[in-house]
Ligand binder design. Structure first.
Ligand code: BGC
Length: 284
């Protein structure tokens, strides 16, 4: 069997004019002041959607993302809310409706890790991760669905009455020692997504997940910021490179658009093959 080529070229995406495939749509991206959320917010903005940039800490970062989105011609505002708190989520949606009138796309992205060996894991670490990653996605999805049902389909905007994209993880299927709270939250997101999708499909509401693998963001810096760590990470990624936030952003634009209109209840893995059991390429 051939061994991995470590001299693969850098990935350069073709420069194309952004297609305003989401023109006229209003999107809320939770946790959009950094990492994958920021990447998605920028791509949705380029595609013509107006964006609420949700954040809970670092307002300056959120404002910087707002400014970048505005440079593409889209409208954007930053709204602070802790997605694990019911009242704050309610106020965030009110704020969004005040500015943009409605919501067409929810990107349920806010998430965090609080790692611990299992028998040392405090209830606080468990509650925090489940609260933000799972309860937060429930609370935001519930508010979005209320509005999608109230408003229904507006043909000139989209053929769906609304779209939710849950940002899950490869860890909705890959068990993760030392990260039991995180993996449990992501496994929960899978059934949250599928069950909501089943319930609301008759209203022409589409609900899907994107499951990123290792993407270059602050959450996993220790896994890529030294050559040793990066090489070790590559043992888990058959495609031989780390993911970038644009890899997720571009897929989110397409999945939210009418080009993906028949897709609901599905998890899309964007992971360079991390879920392909890479150990079996040479073993088993
Ligand atoms: C985690 C990252 C990790 C990746 C692959 C993500 O969901 O947040 O820390 O690198 O999964 O294991």
């Amino acid at each position: 069997m051939e061994t991995k080529n470590n001299n693969l070229p850098e990935v350069v995406m073709p420069e194309t004019e952004p297609i305003k495939i989401l023109a006229g749509q209003k999107a809320l991206v939770t946790g959009a002041n950094s990492g994958i959320g920021e990447g998605i917010a920028l791509e949705l903005g380029k595609a013509g959607a107006d964006i609420v940039v949700n954040y809970v800490t670092n307002p300056d970062q959120a404002e910087a993302v707002v400014e970048k989105i505005k440079m593409t011609g889209a409208k954007a505002i930053a709204v602070k809310a802790d997605v694990s708190k019911e009242d704050e989520v309610g106020s965030m949606f009110e704020e969004m409706f005040k500015h943009f009138g409605t919501i067409d796309i929810l990107i349920n992205n806010a998430g965090l890790q609080q790692d611990s060996q299992f028998d040392m894991m405090s209830i606080d670490k468990w509650d925090k991760v489940i609260g933000v990653n799972l309860t937060g996605q429930f609370l935001c999805a519930r508010e979005a669905i209320k509005e999608f049902k109230r408003r229904g389909v507006k043909k000139e905007v989209s053929c769906a009455a609304g779209k939710i994209i849950h940002i899950s993880s490869v860890h909705e299927v890959i068990p993760w020692a030392g990260h039991v709270n995180y993996a449990s939250s992501k496994g929960g997101i899978m059934m949250l997504m599928k069950s909501i999708a089943q319930e609301v499909a008759p209203y022409r509401i589409r609900v899907n997940s994107i499951c990123p693998g290792a993407i270059r963001t602050p959450i996993n810096k220790q896994a890529w910021d030294t050559p040793e760590a990066y090489n070790k990470l590559m043992e888990l990624i058959p495609y031989g490179r780390i993911g970038e936030v644009d890899d997720i952003g571009r897929a989110a634009v397409w999945l939210a658009s009418d080009h993906a209109d028949y897709i609901t209840g599905t998890s899309i893995f964007i992971d360079g093959g991390m879920t392909l059991y890479p150990g079996f390429a040479t073993g088993g």
